[in-house]
Design a protein around this ligand. Structure first.
Ligand code: PRP
Ligand code: HPA
Length: 181
């Protein structure tokens, strides 16, 4: 495993991201902040506590990397989500890779009647994206490699790592065989 961003760098990046969002919205405007689960949970907990405005907080589940390192069919479960109708919504996710997840969720928020929708991510992968959307707020640009830690997983492992690391091909293989039921 090769560390890409250590704890100090992540903290600095998240603080910078919060400052940028604060500058955009100010500290008076009410914001509905939605965590894209599961990957954003560590970032989300750190980010919302740094934001200054009054917030309503909710979650939406989106999953498309079941069992692999490449994007597949996207499943969204919005049953647990709070009402976004007429609200200014900020979607928070860990990574923008193909972009399909945030693109779909942004459209859904608009369909649900959101007044405005912005997107914030910790990581923006430098690759060709599958959509025109680009995230509004980004903490880090990263190379096109499969990363884990700070919420990001492979086969639901590694989310608890306090740093962000590149998972080497041999580790991907080893984890896959270890995780066989
Ligand atoms: O830009 P994209 O190519 O759409 O990839 C980004 C999405 O992929 C990951 O979620 P995943 O589907 O792995 O589910 P998880 O959050 O439960 O890990 C990640 O947390 C983002 O939500
Ligand atoms: O690089 C990644 N790592 C973990 N999960 C992901 N989901 C999209 N890209 C990634």
């Amino acid at each position: 495993m090769r560390v890409l961003l250590d704890e100090t760098q992540l903290t600095t990046g998240v603080h910078g991201l919060a400052d940028e969002i604060d500058r955009y919205y100010g500290n008076q405007r009410h914001l509905t902040v939605i965590a894209v689960m599961t990957g954003s949970l560590v970032l989300f907990a750190d980010l919302i506590r740094r934001l200054s405005m009054p917030q309503r907080v909710g979650v939406v589940q989106a999953s498309s990397y079941r069992g692999g390192t490449t994007s597949g069919q996207l499943h969204v479960d919005a049953k647990m989500m709070i009402d976004v109708s007429g609200r200014d919504v900020l979607l928070v996710d860990d990574i923008f890779d193909t972009g399909k997840t945030l693109d779909r969720l942004r459209s859904m928020m608009i369909e649900f009647g959101a007044n405005s929708v912005k997107t914030a991510v910790l990581l923006h992968k430098q690759r060709d994206h599958a959509v025109e959307l680009r995230p509004d707020f980004v903490a880090f640009e990263i190379p096109d490699e499969f990363v884990v830690g700070y919420g990001l997983d492979y086969l639901d492992m590694y989310r608890n790592l306090p740093y962000l690391a590149v998972l080497e091909p041999a580790e991907i293989e080893a984890t896959a065989s270890e995780q066989q039921p």
